[in-house]
Design a protein around this ligand. Structure first.
Ligand SMILES: [Zn+2]
Length: 98
């Protein structure tokens, strides 16, 4: 466990904890604007009905539930992202991030 963040300090919007289980409309807009409405994976332009929001680092793997950890993906990259996470789970022996 590498949870060395101390007390939650909301200095940056990206560090703002998103309350609840999922992402709010406001947070979605912020993420989209940060990414210039493009997919974080392949840079394809995102349209409202084909955008998937996901945590870059899943909470279950120690990722924070914050704006900065969210990313917007196109359906294709989202599927790849899910697959990668599943593979990480399958081979979860050690933890080296970055
Ligand atoms: Zn993509």
């Amino acid at each position: 466990m590498a949870s060395e963040r101390g007390a939650p300090v909301a200095a940056h919007a990206d560090d703002a904890l998103i309350p609840g289980a999922y992402i709010t409309d406001e947070a979605m807009q912020a993420v989209l604007e940060r990414q210039c409405h493009r997919c974080a994976g392949c840079n394809a332009p995102l349209s409202a009905e084909s955008t998937h929001f996901d945590l870059r680092q899943p909470v279950i793997r120690g990722g924070p539930h914050t704006l900065g950890n969210f990313e917007a993906l196109c359906p294709f990259c989202h599927r790849n992202h899910m697959r990668r996470i599943r593979e990480q789970f399958a081979g979860m022996t050690g933890h080296r991030n970055k």
